[in-house]
Design a protein around this ligand. Structure first.
Ligand code: SF4
Ligand code: SF4
Length: 399
């Protein structure tokens, strides 16, 4: 993972770093990554607290011709040396709350209508802005009163002879069950039954980026144990979030040191799995004749890092009635919980501005993307609704 000696000093990574463009305090991928690591290994006092600005978007790694694990190096340095930089007091409470997605989701969900209303009130937003440092301009994703797992328990999945497992993630469970419901409906229509994992925890991405690596590792170990059981039963583990997928496949071993080589290939985005099954003729879906939708596709940064945007794009292209435009890849700027924080909100919106402009110019009915936090950022900043490609597919087929 720490392959700094491979750096050719070509500076290509600095050309694509979205944070460098908007923040003169950020040293950029080359200095924060391989150059900085050389110094940090000699003396940890060389750790630069400006590394907190790294979005972990991995665009630098995509651009690097020498496969230097720049983003991983920065993430690992933040975990190893940056614990003193963790926010204290009310800002520390904010970071802990933003990172504790399972706990906050399970507390908020039963009172969803009230919580959603309260989080929109201007005085509440002002207090959160002033005291906690959650920017008042940010819109919170709404909570759902019915959790996805509660809906799923009522679905009869017994009449199938082929099964897949589904890692729903906290967003589907507490905020947006519709996405998981759409996937289950598509899979059932394709002749597959769905199982949930024996135990599922948040993938841990928000914990890692807020400095709670030990908790992320614990949750990752629980997820991997359940993914192994699914693999033993011969079931692929499908996902609907590019960030959860990337975290469990690549960040677990590269940043958290969790060995997953035996099951890594078993964790797969549902769009990739469906595209491969449909294009090979193994799955046949019946499409609605009257379906029409004008869509632009936004490639989330972690999708680009995995190189899997092609599957989502081709899946959308397979749908009769979809008029699709693929946008140039630009970071949306939210980077999970980063863009919620008052000190980062301005950078977040500046970084996303190119993407917002491209979307507005294309004037679509919907934006499609595989990342939920990109969805929050784009909907808030452009007013145009965002769907996961799975939702577009579910809308287009006859169920
Ligand atoms: S991960 Fe993204 S923000 Fe961080 S150094 Fe690389 S390109 Fe820049
Ligand atoms: S792109 Fe890769 S090889 Fe070039 S300077 Fe950056 S880390 Fe080094």
């Amino acid at each position: 993972m720490n392959n700094l000696e491979q750096c050719l000093k070509c500076n290509l990574c600095t050309l694509v770093c979205p944070m460098m463009e908007v923040n003169p305090d950020y040293p950029g991928p080359k200095k924060a990554g391989p150059d900085g690591e050389r110094y940090r290994l000699k003396d940890p006092a060389f750790f630069d607290y400006a590394l907190k600005y790294c979005l972990n978007c991995k665009r630098c790694e995509v651009a690097c011709p020498s496969d230097v694990h720049i983003g991983d190096m920065i993430q690992a340095a933040r975990i190893k040396y940056g614990s003193q930089a963790k926010a204290k007091g009310l800002r520390g409470l904010r970071d802990w709350t933003l990172a504790s997605t399972d706990l906050v989701g399970s507390l908020a969900s039963p009172f969803a209508p009230v919580v959603n209303e309260v989080l929109q009130l201007k005085p509440v937003k002002s207090v959160m802005d002033g005291m906690l440092g959650v920017d008042k301009h940010r819109t919170f994703p709404k909570y759902s009163k019915q959790k996805f797992v509660n809906w799923f328990r009522k679905q009869d999945q017994s009449g199938f002879d082929r099964f897949v497992s589904y890692f729903h993630g906290c967003y589907v469970n507490y905020n947006y069950p519709k996405l998981g419901q759409d996937l289950v409906k598509i899979l059932n229509a394709a002749g597959y039954g769905v199982h949930l994992l024996e135990k599922e925890k948040c993938c841990g991405v928000a914990l890692m980026s807020n400095g709670f690596a030990a908790r992320a590792k614990k949750q990752g170990a629980v997820n991997l144990a359940s993914i192994r059981k699914a693999a033993e039963a011969g079931e692929p583990v499908l996902t609907t979030s590019s960030t959860c997928t990337f975290t469990m496949r690549d960040e677990y071993p590269d940043v958290l040191g969790l060995q997953n080589s035996d099951v890594r290939d078993n964790i797969m985005l549902a769009t990739k799995w469906l595209y491969e099954k449909i294009s090979s003729g193994e799955i046949k879906l019946k499409f609605r004749k009257d379906f029409r939708m004008k869509v632009v596709y936004h490639t989330a940064c972690h999708m680009q890092k995995m190189g899997w945007q092609l599957y989502s794009i081709e899946l959308l292209r397979m749908i009769p009635g979809v008029t699709l435009t693929v946008l140039d890849q630009n970071c949306c700027g939210i980077s999970g919980t980063f863009g919620f924080k008052k000190e980062n909100y301005g950078f977040s919106q500046k970084i996303g501005s190119k993407l917002f402009e491209d979307i507005r110019t294309s004037n679509p009915e919907y934006v499609a993307t595989d990342c939920e936090t990109c969805k929050w950022q784009i909907e808030m900043s452009t007013g145009i609704p965002v769907l996961n490609p799975i939702e577009v597919l579910a809308e287009a087929i006859e169920l």
